[in-house]
Design a protein around this ligand. Structure first.
Ligand code: FES
Length: 140
């Protein structure tokens, strides 16, 4: 059997790197969409900020930042998510689910798998928030 996070129960080198040196940490001034999610069991919270750009008719994620108050897995998955979605169209970004996030880290210890849901849900909420704001502007 190959050794990975699911068999060793330990964090991968990639997950530790994303935790110790997270990418895209911080806030975006005047974001186009914000996604806030929390895990009621552990109390961890994440905010995801999006800046949306346009390439022709397609909307894409021009910039993305996060703030996460949480565990190693929550921060590592937040960081890798921002790397995965930056520059992607909204449609492509929404296809990134927690399984893909976990895979990109080379796995997570089984007990920490639930933490990856935070980042995936924050992205969905931020896109929903952007779309709501857009509708509001249209109806004015
Ligand atoms: S323990 Fe709360 S998200 Fe990881």
């Amino acid at each position: 059997m190959t050794k990975n996070a699911s068999t060793t129960g330990l964090y991968t080198k990639k997950a530790i790197k994303c935790f110790t040196n997270p990418k895209n940490y911080g806030r975006i001034k005047n974001p186009d969409g914000i996604g806030k999610v929390g895990n009621p069991v552990c109390g961890d919270v994440m905010w995801l900020y999006l800046k949306i750009g346009k390439k022709g008719r397609k909307e894409y994620i021009e910039d993305v930042k996060f703030e996460t108050f949480g565990c190693v897995a929550a921060i590592a998955t937040s960081s890798i998510l921002t790397d995965l979605v930056k520059g992607k169209t909204l449609q492509a970004a929404l296809k990134i689910d927690n399984q893909k996030i976990v895979k990109s880290l080379g796995g997570l210890p089984p007990i920490k798998l639930h933490c990856s849901v935070l980042a995936a849900n924050a992205l969905k909420k931020a896109v929903e928030d952007y779309q709501k704001q857009k509708e509001k502007k249209k109806s004015k």
